[in-house]
Design a protein around this ligand. Structure first.
Ligand SMILES: [Zn+2]
Length: 440
């Protein structure tokens, strides 16, 4: 057991700040919060980190396969629209991934995430030339770092039907492996979803196979929808119905479904998504980077969550981008609304990790925590947490991160080999560049 003494609890949503208090952690859980816990648990290890402690942050949509895309030095043809961007850049990148590059991406992505106080990452993986076993390899990085996650493989028809079947099979294989681990009495840090790329690359046969995988695994579908207008138009042209109606008709829209982007969903679709209690993952930086437009309908979603879509895992930055872009687009939501979306990631976790609770510093919750070294120049109070988050705090202020009761970053030092993860990344990146040049 560890007792953290004299720390201030900082909840981003609803915003609250406590006076100095103690937190007792045993195993993977918070067992008590209150004064004088060191006296109550005299055998516990005592730590006095100072500063503020918040629940760990959740990234609800990411692609660690992009972790090595930073500073890409490959000839990429100019793109006139999103479809060309996919063909010229992103689909060349994922086809270039092999086992070694996938492993290095997962490790580097996980290592960086925990530095920013992120304790869970929901990943959406694609490596069409290395499908079978790819989620095992990706999970190695999560396990080595100690990062919580939900993994899936982006099944798609775009590389042929054998590839599509292999993608669905990889999802199911991984979900069964997680179930077997749990059945053997082991604690599960990395869960499974059933992944698909996007409706415009998933035909009805693959959709049916995905629905069967969802039913068999009792997981939810994780898919991009209407990231660009093309996806919405394609669905009506090719299938005669809106994207979400098509997913719902296939039995793929429920309380575990994670829809990435959704910029061009109709009001009827949003109503359906809310009725089914599904999640919409908003990725502000990515939408701006890909110039796909702004999701003006964001305030209409019941369960909006935040992701990065592969642009790192700095979730405080992601919430800030979402807030500033919203204001720039003429929206009237305040930063607290975006912190609430960030907080919603914990509800998503609770639906995938049965029996566990996330997102509060209270007895009974998982000990997924971020320790902040923040000395505010103005009072930090219950009513102004959002203002501090938007205009003062940043993720470099995270000095320690705990996941499931284990310190993974302690006083800015990783408890795993951070330098080795990054060195491996740089080494594999040179191979990635070469393989991308070979795949035009
Ligand atoms: Zn994505």
């Amino acid at each position: 057991m560890i007792v953290f003494e004299n720390v201030r609890l900082l909840h981003f949503s609803p915003g609250s700040v406590s006076g100095p208090t103690d937190i007792a952690v045993e195993g993977s859980k918070i067992v008590a919060v209150g004064p004088s816990l060191a006296a109550a648990y005299p055998k516990a290890e005592r730590r006095s980190p100072g500063g503020y402690v918040s629940p760990g942050l959740v990234c609800s949509h990411n692609h660690f396969y992009s972790a090595l895309a930073r500073g890409l030095m490959v000839n990429v043809a100019p793109s006139k629209d999103f479809a060309q961007q996919l063909a010229h850049l992103w689909w060349r990148l994922d086809r270039a991934l092999d086992e070694g590059i996938t492993r290095a991406s997962g490790y580097a992505g996980a290592a960086e995430a925990v530095r920013w106080g992120v304790t869970s990452v929901v990943d959406h993986h694609a490596s069409p030339e290395f499908i079978d076993g790819s989620l095992d390899v990706l999970s190695e990085g999560f396990e080595a770092v100690g990062l919580r996650g939900i993994l899936c493989y982006e099944a798609t028809d775009r590389n042929g039907m054998d590839g599509a079947r292999a993608g669905v099979a990889e999802n199911l294989r991984w979900a069964k492996a997680v179930d077997a681990k749990r059945a053997a009495g082991k604690d599960v840090l990395v869960e499974a979803a059933i992944g698909a790329h996007a409706p415009f690359t998933v035909g009805d046969d693959t959709l049916k196979a995905l629905a069967e995988a969802v039913r068999a695994s009792k997981r939810g579908l994780h898919i991009h929808v209407a990231e660009d207008k093309f996806d919405a138009v394609h669905s009506r042209h090719e299938h005669g119905k809106d994207i979400c109606r098509r997913l719902d008709d296939a039995g793929l829209l429920d309380a575990k479904t994670i829809l990435g982007h959704g910029l061009y969903l109709s009001p009827e679709e949003i109503e359906l998504v809310n009725e089914r209690d599904a999640f919409l993952a908003h990725n502000a930086q990515s939408n701006m980077n890909n110039n796909v437009g702004y999701n003006h309908q964001l305030p209409l979603y019941k369960n909006a969550v935040l992701g990065t879509d592969g642009i790192g895992s700095d979730m405080l930055a992601s919430a800030c981008f979402a807030f500033f872009k919203h204001h720039d687009a003429g929206g009237s939501l305040w930063m607290d609304a975006f912190l609430s979306m960030l907080q919603n990631g914990n509800r998503l976790l609770e639906r995938y990790f049965p029996g566990k609770r996330f997102g509060r510093i209270e007895a009974g919750y998982e000990a997924d925590l971020a320790f902040w070294d923040y000395e505010p120049p103005t009072p930090l109070l219950d009513g102004n947490v959002a203002g501090h988050a938007a205009f003062g705090m940043n993720s470099a202020m995270v000095k320690s991160t705990m996941v499931a009761g284990k310190c993974v970053i302690e006083d800015r030092k990783a408890t795993f080999d951070y330098a080795a993860a990054m060195a491996k990344g740089r080494e594999q990146t040179l191979r990635l560049w070469k393989r991308m040049e070979e795949r035009k």
